[in-house]
Write a protein that binds this ligand. Structure first.
Ligand code: IMP
Ligand code: MG
Length: 180
């Protein structure tokens, strides 16, 4: 197995390009069936989901739009704790059938904090799609509709996912090596 080095850590191959391609086709087929005549708006969460969103969206064959949002959490004052800011959500979501596209749901906190903003806009329906989930790590109950792969609680990179900014351009997914 050919491992790779990113900064100070070693990673081993985990999910191949072929597995990604195959699973994304299955997800697209399901969405194409569910979204007929709904003119869905895909909302991809940057940065991590950019490759997944692109590959998924090109397989969508119903009339659909896509837009992108960046979520940044920063430490607020002691009393407010973590604050989630949303960059790029500059259009009305009212009455839209929304498909939220995420690369990975880990604790679920990001998604949990973001969902009220969507519901506040009076969306018609919400479908949450995440390429990866880590069932052992999840701390919030979330209505995740479609999961590409459920993985164990180990750090992964590639296919849009990064380790300290690096590794996003790797075409498949690598997992942190055991001994690290
Ligand atoms: P959550 O809020 O704990 O669900 O974290 C979600 C975000 O953490 C994802 O959108 C990723 O940006 C990042 N993340 C979580 N796990 C990993 C991983 O294994 N590799 C790379 N990024 C990750
Ligand atoms: Mg992300």
């Amino acid at each position: 197995m050919t491992s790779i080095q990113l900064l100070d850590k070693r990673f081993v191959p985990f999910i191949t390009e072929e597995m990604l391609e195959q699973r994304i086709s299955e997800i697209a087929t399901k969405l194409n069936e569910q979204l007929v005549d709904k003119k869905p708006l895909f909302l991809a969460i940057l940065n991590g989901s950019f490759l997944f969103a692109a590959d998924l969206f090109r397989k969508i064959d119903v009339d659909a739009e896509i837009t992108f949002v960046k979520l940044a959490s920063y430490q607020g004052t002691k009393s407010t704790g973590q604050v989630l800011t949303t960059i790029g959500l500059d259009r009305s979501l009212a009455d839209r059938h929304l498909v939220l596209v995420e690369d990975i749901i880990d604790s679920g906190k990001t998604m949990h904090d973001f969902l009220p903003q969507l519901h506040a806009q009076g969306i018609a329906s919400l479908t949450i799609v995440s390429l990866l989930t880590k069932p052992e790590a999840i701390r919030y109950s979330l209505p995740i509709d479609i999961v590409g792969f459920e993985i164990d609680n180990r750090f992964v990179v590639g296919y849009g996912l990064d380790y300290d900014g690096f590794g996003r351009n790797i075409p498949c997914i690598y997992q942190l090596a055991e001994e690290d």
